[in-house]
Design a binder for this molecule. Structure first.
Ligand code: UDP
Ligand code: MG
Length: 313
């Protein structure tokens, strides 16, 4: 059986189109399947549409969250409740084309790979500033963390059961799926495709939301920022030692003319800035640790049409 996990947040316009296409594709494949729709606290008619789909089609399972928990929580709920031998995550807006599924299934069935992941080779239809930041993010991330993340990687991938179990076992609160997929390893085949514009509705990710997500991803999978803080501290200490020597020598040779007020202020501000910056980095890690130690649930399911659902985890 194949489980398709579909996080939906205000997707009333895209859902019918997606459902039609994905049912057609799955019909052709001929495998048993379930469509796990996760309604992530939508404020439009997503839930009624899902209920109607579920009434007419036994393949459809819906989980409706008590509020918006974010795409990461929706994916996690999907993984925790998927029953298939193969599991795939896909967006409801058709930016993850269902037509790739047969090819992905074929590759994974050959047995050489544990998962087939997709990556966009182009970023057309995307604001250039966002593309630029995205590229930089992938370069930095790959340098400083041990989770391999391919540029343009989508969350759209088909995985074997073993991989899904590994993902479920990583129950951290601050989830960054691209990092988690990379971190658990396994043999992954990368399937390239051209970027596609969403069919209906609009993107749920503003630039700032993406930036926060990126920073959270770096903090979750790398200690490099902490190292930067330590090293800049050491560097400043060494510098200050030499400056002290310089001042002593100058005093001995030339006496002590009162001068250099401007440079003193500059140095104080500079060092103050570095200190605040490093404190900020530490604060980021402490904040994440704080959230982890609370062990709050990732999601709360308020409504569903299947009985044996993990409702809170
Ligand atoms: N999504 C979600 N919860 C959120 C934001 C987004 O479940 O808080 C879903 C959304 O419905 C879609 C997928 O995540 O199926 C990707 O979102 P979107 O297409 O807006 O992102 P983009 O493709 O623009 O990066
Ligand atoms: Mg999209």
């Amino acid at each position: 059986m194949i489980s398709l996990i579909v996080p939906c947040y205000n997707e009333q316009d895209a859902l019918p189109l997606f459902y039609k296409e994905v049912t057609a594709v799955m019909g052709k494949i001929g495998w048993d399947y379930e469509l796990l729709f996760i309604n992530d606290g939508s404020k439009d008619h997503t839930l009624p549409i899902l209920k109607e789909l579920a009434e007419n089609d036994s393949h459809v399972v819906y989980l409706s969250f008590s509020r918006n928990f974010g795409k990461e929580a929706a994916m996690y709920a999907g993984f925790c409740n998927a029953k298939g031998n193969y599991v795939a995550v896909m967006d409801a807006d058709m930016q993850d084309p269902p037509s790739l599924l047969p090819q992905m299934l074929e590759i994974i069935e050959n047995g050489q790979y544990d998962s087939v992941a997709t990556r966009r080779v182009s970023r057309t239809h995307e604001p250039p500033v966002r593309s630029w930041f995205a590229r930089k993010f992938y370069r930095i991330m790959n340098k400083i963390s041990d989770a391999e993340i391919i540029d343009g990687a989508r969350d759209f991938r088909l995985m074997k059961r073993e991989m899904v179990d590994a993902i479920i076992s990583m129950s951290e609160y601050n989830r960054f799926s691209k990092g988690i997929f990379g971190w658990i390893g396994f043999r992954t085949y990368w399937l390239p495709y051209e970027n596609i514009e969403r069919v209906a509705g609009e993107t749920k990710w503003s630039f700032w939301k993406l930036l926060r997500y990126a920073i959270s991803g770096i903090i979750s999978f790398s200690e490099a920022p902490l190292n930067i803080a330590s090293w800049s501290g050491i560097f400043m200490t060494i510098c200050s030692f030499f400056i002290l020597l310089l001042i002593i020598i100058r005093k001995l040779c030339f006496g002590d003319p009162v001068a250099g007020w401007a440079s003193t202020i500059c140095i104080i501000i500079f060092i103050g800035g570095i200190q605040l910056f490093c404190l900020g980095i530490m604060g980021q890690y402490i904040a994440k640790t704080y959230m982890e130690t609370k062990q709050r649930p990732h999601f709360i399911v308020a409504e569903t049409n299947r009985e044996d659902i993990t409702k809170i985890k």
